[in-house]
Ligand binder design. Structure first.
Ligand SMILES: [Zn+2]
Length: 306
């Protein structure tokens, strides 16, 4: 039973927007692309797990928890009758090797955070959390390497590491363990969901200003700004890059939400949104869309929406 679905994390949404609007340093771009790849891997594992796991279990996706001022992330938590599985999904692609406790890319020699150490930390913190909640359940942590193009040389013989060729078997075995849930499981699972935090306060977001960013509406398929408006029946936004189309109203609403995400302190006014969208439209159209989807405050030129 799915108790919490996976949504795109705030940090990913913000970085994606800044990436497309051209305001990231090389280091930030790297961070963005690895978040995007990580999210893609997690979704892929969700789909596989959905196919395999049929027995009675609670599934909680993407949990950010805090215990004694330390934050930790669990990509997927599964509550079964006999144990709680903490699952970390890695979408590494290419050849890597372990040297002592360190992980490197075999091609670029770049060092990566050792996921085993990260997992141990999460496990320890999760056990502390259970203790604080006066609960005792066996905890089984795993790292799933989801990408079929991933190879790890000098891999440790660690039962908690699940390599691409083992993922299906892992899920079959998990599903074959009988599980019946009781009230205790239910209480704990709901408690964990209620403890989820939306944003890690230690996340460092890039510094950006309105002036730094490219204005306009980007194509949701190919992320190009080469969009134009086609007025057939309902107006559409047509992308010159990929030919993709989106209902104009939908595209403007998407752009408004992006504005809100990037500039929570700026007012949503017709003028601000008009400048932000930068499309050949009358301000009246923007005004109508705002009126239809948001609540207006204030009168005349000072009107803003929430
Ligand atoms: Zn496009």
């Amino acid at each position: 039973m799915l108790l919490k679905d996976r949504t795109e994390p705030l940090e990913l949404l913000i970085l994606r927007s800044l990436y497309i609007r051209g305001s990231l340093t090389e280091k930030e771009k790297y961070r963005y692309l690895s978040l995007e790849k990580g999210f893609e891997g997690e979704k892929k594992f969700d789909m596989l797990a959905d196919d395999f796991i049929k027995e009675e279990r609670y599934i909680i996706n993407d949990l950010l928890l805090e215990v004694n001022n330390s934050f930790f992330q669990i990509d997927k938590l599964i509550v079964s009758q006999g144990a709680i599985h903490l699952i970390d999904v890695k979408n590494f692609e290419g050849d890597y090797y372990m040297d002592a406790d360190r992980l490197f890319s075999a091609t670029t020699k770049r060092e990566y955070k050792n996921p085993v150490i990260q997992l141990k930390r999460s496990e320890t913190l999760f056990r502390q959390l259970l203790q604080n909640l006066k609960q005792s359940f066996p905890v089984e942590p795993y790292i799933i390497f989801i990408n079929p193009e991933f190879t790890l040389y000098q891999a440790p013989m660690d039962q908690s590491l699940i390599f691409p060729t083992q993922v299906n078997r892992f899920l079959v075995d998990l599903n074959n363990t009988p599980s019946k849930l009781n009230d205790n499981h239910k209480k704990l699972a709901h408690k964990l969901v209620s403890l989820h935090r939306a944003l890690n306060p230690y996340t460092i977001l890039p510094i950006y200003t309105y002036e730094d960013l490219q204005k306009g509406i980007w194509c949701r398929i190919c992320q190009s700004f080469m969009v134009s408006i086609k007025k057939i029946k309902n107006s559409y936004l047509i992308c010159a890059g990929c030919g993709g189309r989106e209902k104009l109203e939908q595209a403007i609403l998407r752009n408004i939400e992006e504005f809100k995400l990037l500039f929570p302190d700026k007012n949503i006014t017709t003028r601000n949104i008009y400048n932000w969208c930068l499309v050949e439209l009358h301000t009246k159209t923007i005004c109508r869309i705002l009126k239809n989807h948001y609540t207006a405050y204030g009168k005349t030129k000072e009107t803003y929406y929430q």
